[in-house]
Ligand binder design. Sequence first.
Ligand code: C2E
Ligand code: CA
Ligand code: CA
Ligand code: CA
Length: 275
Amino acid sequence: NRQAQRELVSFNNDKANQGKFDFIPTEQDLREAIDKKQLILYYQPQINMKTECLHGAEVLVRWLHPEFGLIYPDKFIALAEQTGLIEQLSEEVIHLAIKQSVHWQKLNRATRLSINISAQNITSLKLPEQLRMLVKKYEIDPSMIVLELTESALMDSEVTSLDIFTRFRLKGFQLSIDDFGTGYSSLSQLHKIPFTELKIDQSFVTNMKQEKESMAIVETCIMLAHKLNMEAVAEGIEDKETWDLLSAEGCDIAQGYYIARPMPADQFDKWQFNE
Ligand code: C2E
Ligand code: CA
Ligand code: CA
Ligand code: CA
């Protein structure tokens, strides 16, 4: 029933229709969504600012509800975290992403995928174990998988997570610190965890062209990333002016509506930068 799905998606994607339904999911709804495979993945391109080549894509989950259409993660990730369903949700997202990665590899369009994980996902060895098994089963190069963890999640997590992060890195996965600048992680903590990438929070990126404080924070983040041997990623780039400013500051990777909005896999297949 893909035609009906497509219509629903385009209806809900239309700004004019957003907020028409006030769907507040319950734990049971979300459990059903996971069991009935209603979670789907969108992909947002990331561009290498120097070469202007595709660097990878961020995986962003959506819920394709049979009645309410496309539901965004801000409506259900917090619920998943509060109820513990985040464990199954992340498992599903990772599985779907890895299957997609295999598909793109077969088409000779191998794409690095960045997957968001929550603080609860790193309180046990379950997730590292699942990833290890999937990578083996599907013969994926772990360096093609980036795990994104927010700076605030990092503060919540305990010392044990340091061990888990180190395991991920030793297995060859990439690690990204997301929404950087909005949490309060200490620099010593940042230095202890083997992150490969620093993702500047989009609030600073959005404001950098009109606010000198945001500009200063962005500059400092890029410098810090480079000093600590990480790549600097800017998300939330919405116009050329912001792209140019970031490029002049030596930012490595760019993501945002200026480049492309998140899109389903079949659309991503046909997508090209600068066209
Ligand atoms: P995030 O990880 O910070 O992801 C970036 C969000 O910014 C995405 O929203 C993306 O669509 C949006 N965005 C991208 N470019 C622009 C831009 O130029 N301007 C603006 N205004 N926004 C832009 P989305 O997809 O609604 O996701 C929201 C949040 O939900 C994500 O924030 C992430 O924290 C969480 N999330 C999404 N997928 C997953 C997942 O699979 N697992 C977990 N645990 N969390 C997820
Ligand atoms: Ca993210
Ligand atoms: Ca982010
Ligand atoms: Ca965010």
